[in-house]
Ligand binder design. Structure first.
Ligand code: NDP
Ligand code: 8X3
Length: 262
């Protein structure tokens, strides 16, 4: 059998809907696709941040304010997309956050609720509002932002890691449903990426957030955007099911042994 070179989709054929596009991984992914000529629907709660994207890329970008926790607003937004953006064929369900790093028994109820409502319910709302259209048109790609925290435990990761384990298993189950429909599914599972993630996790404490990335080289939003771009532009007969990447200086810890404790 002759070996042919891998082929890639023309990004100019893609219309990419991104939640959490106002900063970090989502903003970098919006830039990656728009700079390659794709159209991008950039969504987040902070509309002013989205305007910077609009200023950079003009007509390739459509921005709108959206809180993914609101299912009806998400459905209405998708139903009302303007001409040129309404036939999206990539959805990046990326909006999410961690709140707090306390041990389980000291964690705040409201933080757990915010993480579950955003990372699980908000992600499901995004899928509910977009997947039927992509299955109907027989072409699409659903990309999720999971995390290494969905595979590996760490102290203080309790509900955040639980939400990302949900995202991973849900992504795999969606792929079990969509395989053969023309809709691809990918779960992106990063380790340490320096974004506003840790500032949010530590409630605006920039010092605590900075310590997370001190004296090491974390991944950047652009590093993750490149992975999303690859998964979405690889030839249609390929489905990249999961991409897990860690910073080069981020390894694993041995099991902890609590000697002398009962
Ligand atoms: P950022 O804090 O920089 O970005 C988070 C994005 O999510 C923002 O655009 C924010 O926009 C949006 N968002 C949060 N809540 C909502 C909401 N209710 N409705 C709509 N948008 C919302 O962090 P990252 O870029 O790092 O985070 C993106 C994803 O990556 C998250 O799912 C996170 O869990 C995941 N991740 C991050 C890693 C890291 O180390 N940074 C590693 C692994 C995964 P706005 O506030 O304007 O609404
Ligand atoms: C974010 C990565 O390791 O901080 O999902 O939980 S980690």
């Amino acid at each position: 059998m002759t070996q042919s070179a891998p082929t890639f989709l023309d990004p100019r054929t893609l219309t990419v809907l991104i939640t959490g596009a106002s900063s970090g991984i989502g903003a970098a992914t919006a830039r990656r696709f728009a700079s390659a000529g794709a159209r991008v629907i950039a969504l987040a709660r902070r509309k002013d941040r989205l305007e910077a994207l609009k200023a950079e890329f003009g007509d390739l970008i459509h921005t709108a304010e959206l809180d993914v926790r609101d299912l009806e607003a998400t459905r209405a937004l998708v139903a009302g997309l303007p001409e040129g953006f309404s036939r999206f064929n990539v959805v990046f369900a990326n909006a999410g956050l961690a709140m707090g790093l306390e041990p389980t028994w000291e964690a705040r109820d409201e933080d757990w609720a915010t993480m579950v409502d955003t990372n699980i319910r908000g992600m499901l709302n995004t899928v509910a509002a977009t997947l039927p259209q992509m299955v109907g048109q027989g072409e699409g790609h659903l990309v999720f932002t999971g995390s290494v925290a969905g595979d590996y435990p760490y102290p203080g990761g309790n509900v955040y890691g639980g939400t990302k384990a949900f995202v991973k298993q849900f992504a795999l189950n969606v792929w079990a449903d969509t395989a053969g429909t023309g809709v691809r599914v990918t779960n992106i599972e990063p380790g340490m990426v320096e974004t506003e993630f840790s500032v949010v996790r530590f409630r605006g404490d920039a010092g605590a957030a900075g310590n997370v990335y001190a004296d090491m080289a974390p991944m950047t939003g652009a590093d993750i955007a490149e992975q999303v771009f690859f998964a979405c532009t690889v030839a249609r007969h390929v489905n990249i099911t999961r991409i897990q990447a860690m910073a080069g200086q981020q390894g694993f810890s041995p099991f902890s042994v609590k000697r002398g404790q009962r």
